[in-house]
Design a protein around this ligand. Structure first.
Ligand code: UT7
Length: 322
């Protein structure tokens, strides 16, 4: 049996902090409304000229340092992003070059807010198939560039950032060894109109802005993420009480609370970053993992459950033993 084990975590947030109060000076909203409806207090915004690859590179360097590896030891980079530097090439190849990595392969994955869960699953499959030994999985976004800053229903929700993990394939006969236990991915394209960007290469030739029917997305998010979490627990013959850390995609504090409540996971077992990061899409889970690891809440042997839902819709879960 081969397991993909997380051996390093890294993260990076742009310096600029944008608080709710500051945002309320340019759109018709308030700190109170945003906090009460979303749990968000502030978010980070990339500086002019600071690109997704810049954020991703710093998170990747942090993860490599944490793992005690240099870039040449990596066989594969998967970068989950919906806000790439350019239409092509893949931002992952920019990161590859800037890390000084000349071998292996690098590519992007686009599954919006579920991007990191998708990327973990793809990396896990490459490792289990024996095609790669070590993978760098990154979630990095500059959502500030696709927001309509005059639309209060969306611009208050998102932030920029990056998180990364290094996965290493380890052969074992022990069922209790650390690593990814299973990943469960889903999509259903009929929900396109509830969450999308109204521009693109082959449609408008422009970048476009994020559009969302918030209330509908909220409803689907709770129901679909709870189902994906149950699927992961069932696959492992586990129940909610086996989960040491629930590390959800950080879209809305109320969504996180409702999902945890549906499963019977206590709020003490949930890692929350939304108050300071807002929704960083594919970066939110690796940012939260890096935080939980850095402050030593997540310990060796812990069962960690990840879940996300994003545009498409795409959604899914990963369950792992740290
Ligand atoms: O990563 C996955 C993608 N995203 C999500 O998962 C987000 C899912 N959705 C949500 O988080 C929530 O639906 C929102 C936070 C977007 C909105 O919260 P809500 O409780 O669903 O509010 P609502 O859209 O039902 O709006 C309630 C009221 C409306 O006013 P009326 O029609 O009741 O007079 C809105 O116009 O709040 C108003 N409103 C605001 N007021 C102050 C909407 N945005 C704002 C705002 N400030 N920023």
């Amino acid at each position: 049996m081969r397991r993909s084990r997380i051996i390093g975590c890294g993260s990076y947030l742009p310096e600029r902090v944008l608080t709710n109060t500051e945002l309320a000076t340019s759109v018709d909203t308030s700190d109170e409304w945003i906090k009460e409806r979303t749990g968000i207090e502030s978010r980070r915004i990339a500086a002019d000229g600071e690109m997704t690859s810049d954020l991703a590179l710093k998170a990747a360097q942090g993860a490599l340092t944490d793992a005690g590896l240099d870039a040449q030891s990596i066989d594969m980079i998967i970068l989950a992003t919906s806000t790439p530097d350019e239409t092509f090439p893949a931002t992952a190849t920019v990161v590859q070059s800037r890390l000084g990595m000349t071998g292996g392969m690098a590519f992007d994955i686009q599954a919006v807010c579920s991007g990191f869960v998708y990327a973990m699953s793809v990396a896990d499959n490459f490792i289990k198939a024996g095609q790669v030994k070590t993978a760098l999985v990154i979630g990095a976004e500059t959502f500030s560039r696709i927001l309509d800053w005059t639309d209060r229903s969306t611009c208050i929700l998102f932030g920029d950032g990056a998180g990364a993990v290094v996965l290493s394939g380890e052969d074992t006969e022990d069922e209790n060894s650390p690593g990814i236990l299973s990943c469960h991915l889903h999509s259903d394209g009929q929900y396109h109109d509830l969450l999308y960007v109204d521009g693109g290469v082959s449609s408008t030739g422009s970048i476009g802005y994020l559009k969302m029917s918030g209330r509908d997305v909220f409803k689907h998010a709770v129901e679909k993420m709870a189902a994906a979490m149950r699927e992961a627990l069932d696959a492992q013959g586990m129940s909610a009480k086996d989960v040491d850390w629930f590390v959800p995609h950080q879209a809305n504090r109320r969504i996180i609370n409702s999902t945890a409540r549906k499963l019977g996971i206590s709020s003490e077992n949930v890692i929350i970053t939304i108050d300071r990061h807002a929704n960083t899409s594919a970066a939110s889970i690796p940012l939260a993992l890096a935080e939980g690891r850095a402050d030593q809440r997540i310990k060796g042997g812990d069962i960690v459950l990840l879940e996300a839902l994003g545009g498409g819709f795409t959604w899914g879960s990963c369950i792992l033993r740290w």
